[in-house]
Design a protein around this ligand. Structure first.
Ligand code: HSE
Length: 438
């Protein structure tokens, strides 16, 4: 029987999940590929920890170089993570003519263009389905299934940790720190959770998706990023009273000569699909000119869902190998000569609806001062609510706006923040509401 030899670098949670699928689904994989997927080596410096997976004698080794230098190995799976040694190993694997599978979104967001060029020059495939959305086949959807479309927008919940935290605060009144600890215990938070709560992990993923959807180079540095650490239970409660849930969204939109690329907490109406994606689940809704609106939903992290995506890449590459082809599907979906440096629209230029919360003195003329500043900057108020009781002489005043430009909003808010009737920094949360177009 034909055989494809595979070397796995990194025997952590997802690496162990990949090995488990190879062992437990061996027959179904063989029938689908037409060859035996042979996990020849698994390299990890930790040779002792029991991962609950029984590898054959001699498969687990500590020397990654031995795997990279083995001429029999066809495919290297990089499951180490980070931008250091993982990058070196991937470059060496490519240099040695091996195809590479990785889930390393941080590395791809920072160095994906260079890694892609190296793979193309060497004529090997670099596959990365597991880098975004775990088990959701979002990379394959953009690279293959949706290629007949011009994508107008992608709006996604792409970080399970943030979604878990926001869901726990919203539905159970749990404290932020406790929810984060639970996410860490459950194993879906990054080793450095500021990557999650600061919105950076979501931005890594958006950088990859925008490149695939719009035919642009991976561009992380121009993405506007706001995390969830300043979201308070009070704003979550008010959002609910207005019919919204707060989610950390990745938003990528085609704006003609530019694209929107932003990550921030966003209010979305209850009747929006994404509003009902809770706990550590991920989802993305995509709009294309042919498909209309479509969505993917599933576990964006965790041992087996992520391993499922890794194995799908292995199967793709193995099928290519058996057919004697590589590079069949371009790395970023577009032919390399058609990939452009499309500018990211500065966040100041976007227009959206806003939720604003001011802590203001409860006295005559306050509302007119706030409304006056908004009006001077061309911001039209949709509704005003004075919420709850006075606390230390201040009351929360909440406003929802019609469509307004971010630059105008910033100017108005700095004027309002300087008023002597305002107690603390105004809270601003953008609203993504297809129902309210004005
Ligand atoms: N830390 C990530 C998350 C893991 O919470 O979604 C998957 O990329």
């Amino acid at each position: 029987m034909k055989k494809v030899n595979i070397g796995l670098l990194g025997f952590g949670t997802v690496g162990a999940g990949v090995a488990k699928i190879f062992i437990e689904n061996r027959e179904v994989l063989r029938s689908r590929v037409g060859a035996h997927l042979n996990l020849k080596y698994v390299a990890d410096i930790d040779m002792k920890t029991d991962r609950g997976v029984r590898l054959d004698e001699g498969v687990l080794i500590s020397d990654a170089e031995k795997v990279l230098d083995d001429p029999d190995i066809d495919i290297i799976i990089e499951m180490i993570g980070g931008e250091g040694i993982a990058k070196e190993f991937i470059l060496k694997a490519i240099d040695n003519g091996k195809h590479v599978v990785t889930a390393n979104k941080a590395l791809l967001a920072a160095h994906g263009n260079a890694l892609g060029r190296a793979a193309m020059e060497k004529g090997v495939d670099l596959a990365y389905e597991a880098s975004v959305g775990g088990c959701m086949p979002i990379i394959k959807s953009l690279r293959e299934s949706l290629v007949g479309n011009r994508i107008s927008s992608m709006i996604g919940i792409l970080n399970g940790t943030c979604n878990y935290i926001l869901s726990k605060i919203t539905d159970e009144g749990m404290a932020f720190e406790s929810a984060l600890s639970q996410a860490q215990e459950n194993g879906f938070a990054e080793a450095d959770p500021t990557l999650d709560v600061g919105g950076f992990d979501t931005a890594h993923k958006l950088a990859i998706l925008n490149a695939l959807a719009y035919g642009m180079e991976i561009n992380l540095k121009d993405i506007y990023i706001e995390g969830i650490s300043e979201i308070t239970p009070l704003d979550i409660q008010f959002a609910g009273e207005f019919g919204y849930r707060i989610k950390l969204l990745a938003i990528g939109k085609d704006r003609g000569d530019s694209v929107e690329a932003r990550v921030h907490p966003t209010m979305i109406p209850f009747d929006n699909l994404l509003s009902n994606v809770n706990a550590n689940l991920n989802a993305i809704s995509i709009s294309g000119d042919a498909v209309g609106d479509m969505a993917l939903y599933g576990f964006g992290a965790g041992m087996m869902p992520t391993a499922s995506a890794v194995v799908s890449d292995i199967v793709d590459i193995s099928r290519n190998l058996l057919s004697g082809v590589s590079g069949r599907v371009p790395l970023l979906s577009y032919q390399s000569e058609d990939i452009r440096k499309i500018p990211v629209m500065p966040v100041d230029e976007i227009s959206t609806h806003y939720y604003l919360r001011f802590s203001a003195m409860d006295q005559p003329g306050v509302l007119s001062k706030i409304a006056g500043a908004l009006g001077r900057h061309d911001i039209s108020i949709k509704s005003v609510h004075q919420k709850g009781r006075e606390l230390e002489g201040l009351v929360p005043i909440v406003m929802l706006t019609h469509l307004a430009k971010e630059a105008d909003m910033k100017k108005a808010l700095s004027e309002i923040a300087a008023l002597d009737i305002i107690g603390s920094k105004p809270v601003i949360i953008r609203i993504e509401d297809k129902n309210g177009q004005d």
